[in-house]
Design a binder for this molecule. Structure first.
Ligand code: NZQ
Ligand code: ZN
Length: 386
C-alpha cells in the first residue's frame, strides 16, 4: 500500500423523501441558483416538483438550463456559463446523473474563468475555484455525486475529455433511491457496468499489498451484481436500489482508490473515444471494452486476475492462469446475461471503423498503469471487442 491523503468534503443526504431538504442546504450558500437538468425524466417522475417546492420553501430563487443530453457537450456548458453570469447566480443545482452533474461542474468552474473553459480539459487551465455545486441524483453510475471529476465532449473536435479538481466536489448530494424506480432497464444496467468498471480500474493498477482495498472492491462488485439481478425482476425494490446507489457512489468517491497508484483508466480512455464518435452510453461501452482490456493485459498480474475470479465469481481452479481467464469470461458472460452489449456489433459500431477509434484514442495515448498502451495496443484491444 502506498502513502496517501484522503479527503472527501461532500455531504450526503441518503433516503426516501430527502429531496425536501435541498432548499435548507442551498440556503446557507446561495439565494439564487442555476437549476440544471436533462431531457424530461424529472418532469415525468415528480422529481422536478419536489426540487422546486423545496427551493421555494427556503426562498431560494432559480433560473433553468434544461436539455442536457447523455455524453454532455461543451456548447451546452457555455450556454450555462452565460446564463449563470447574466443572472448572477451564487450556486449550481444539478438534478440528474453524471451528464447533468458534469455539465454543472464545468459551468461552476467556467463561471470564474475568462478564457475558454475547454482549456481545463486540455491542461491549459487549472481549475481552483468553482461556484458551490449541489446534486439531486436520479441515476447511479458515475460517482460524480461524490467526486471532483467532470467529463465533457467537445463536439467540434470529437474529444471526450475530463478534468478533476477539489473545487468540483459537490457541497451536498441528495441520494433518494426511490427516484430511480422510473429508470429504463438499460440505464440501470449501464450504471451497474460503470460502477463495476470504476472499481476494477482502481483494483487492477498493479499496486501490491492492498488487501483492505481489494476486500472493499470485491464487496462493492458483488453487491452491484446481486442488486442488479434483483432489480431486473423488481425495478421498484427499495433495498436493492439503495444498495446499488450507495455501491456506485463508493465505487468512485476515493475510498477504494486510497493507497493505490491512481488506477489504470485505459478502458475508460478507449470507451470515451467510442462514446465521442458513436454517442453510445458510457456503461454499455465499458461492458464491451473492459473484458477485452482484461484479456489483453492479464499476463501483467496473473495472481490479481485469479484473485478477482475467485473472490467475485467463485472460480475454483487452483491454476492462476486458468482462473484468471475464467474470471474474465465470467464477467463478460454476466454482462451479456443481463442484456448489455459485449461486442462492437452488439452496439452497432461498424467493425471497419476501428482505425477511427484508434486515431481518436491516440489523442491521449500513451495511457494505462498496469500496462502502458500505445495506438497499436488500442487496435488489438478493439479487435478483442469483436
Ligand atoms: O435526460 P433525462 O430525460 O433526464 O434522461 C436520463 C438520460 O437519458 C435518464 N434518467 C436519469 N435519471 C432517470 C432517468 N430516466 C428515468 N428515471 C430517472 N430517475 O438516464 C439517461 C442517462 O443519464 P446520464 O446522466 O447520461 O447517465 P450517467 O449517470 O451514466 O452519466 C454518464 C456520463 O457521465 C460520464 C460518462 O462518460 C457520461 O458522459 N462519467 C462521469 C464520471 C465522473 N464525473 O466522475 C466518471 C465516469 O467514468 C463517466 O465517464
Ligand atoms: Zn465510468
Amino acid at each position: 500500500m502506498r502513502d496517501f491523503v484522503f479527503k472527501n468534503p461532500t455531504k450526503i443526504l441518503f433516503g426516501k423523501g430527502k429531496i425536501s431538504k435541498l432548499g435548507e442546504e442551498v440556503k446557507g450558500y446561495a439565494s439564487k441558483v442555476l437549476l440544471v437538468y436533462g431531457r424530461g425524466s424529472i418532469k415525468k417522475n415528480g422529481v422536478y416538483d419536489q426540487v422546486v417546492s423545496s427551493l421555494k420553501n427556503s426562498n431560494v430563487s432559480f433560473v433553468e438550463l434544461s436539455g442536457i443530453k447523455p455524453n454532455p457537450v461543451l456548447s451546452k456548458v457555455k450556454e450555462g456559463i452565460e446564463i449563470a453570469r447574466k443572472e448572477k447566480v451564487e450556486a449550481v443545482v444539478a438534478v440528474g446523473g453524471g451528464s447533468v452533474i458534469d455539465t454543472c461542474k464545468t459551468i461552476a468552474a467556467g463561471f470564474y474563468y475568462d478564457g475558454d473553459i475547454w482549456d481545463a480539459f486540455v491542461g491549459k487551465y487549472k481549475v481552483e475555484k468553482s461556484l458551490p455545486i449541489f446534486v439531486v441524483l436520479t441515476i447511479s453510475a458515475t460517482g460524480s455525486e461524490m467526486n471532483g471529476g467532470a467529463v465533457i465532449t467537445n463536439e467540434e473536435t470529437k474529444q471526450k475529455f475530463s478534468f478533476w479538481t477539489s473545487s468540483s466536489y459537490p457541497k451536498v448530494s441528495i441520494l433518494d433511491p426511490s427516484v430511480q424506480f422510473t429508470l429504463p432497464k438499460i440505464q440501470t444496467l449501464n450504471g451497474a457496468a460503470d460502477a463495476i468498471s470504476h472499481v476494477l480500474e482502481l483494483y487492477f493498477d498493479g499496486t501490491k499489498n492492498t488487501l483492505i482495498l481489494d476486500e472493499i472492491s470485491e464487496g462493492i462488485i458483488r453487491t452491484v451484481m446481486a442488486s442488479t439481478e434483483i432489480l431486473l425482476k423488481e425495478p421498484t425494490n427499495y433495498d436493492a436500489r439503495a444498495n446499488l446507489v450507495w455501491s456506485a457512489t463508493l465505487a468512485l468517491n476515493g475510498i477504494n482508490g486510497t493507497g493505490r497508484n491512481g488506477g489504470d483508466w485505459s478502458s475508460h480512455a478507449i470507451e470515451h473515444s467510442l462514446s465521442a464518435l458513436y454517442d453510445i452510453a458510457h456503461g454499455s461501452g465499458l461492458a464491451i471494452v473492459f473484458p477485452a482490456w482484461m484479456r489483453y493485459v492479464y499476463k501483467e498480474d496473473v495472481p490479481k486476475f485469479a484473485r478477482f475470479a475467485r473472490k467475485v465469481f467463485n472460480v475454483s481452479s487452483e491454476n492462476d492462469e486458468e482462473a484468471a481467464l475464467e474470471g474474465i469470461e465470467k464477467l463478460k458472460g454476466w454482462y451479456k446475461s443481463i442484456g448489455l452489449p459485449v461486442t462492437l456489433d452488439d452496439a452497432k459500431i461498424p467493425k471497419d471503423e476501428i482505425e477511427k477509434v484508434v486515431e481518436n484514442a491516440s489523442m491521449r495515448t500513451p495511457f494505462g498503469k498496469l500496462k502502458r498502451l500505445y495506438p497499436e495496443d488500442v487496435r488489438e484491444i478493439l479487435k478483442l471487442c469483436m
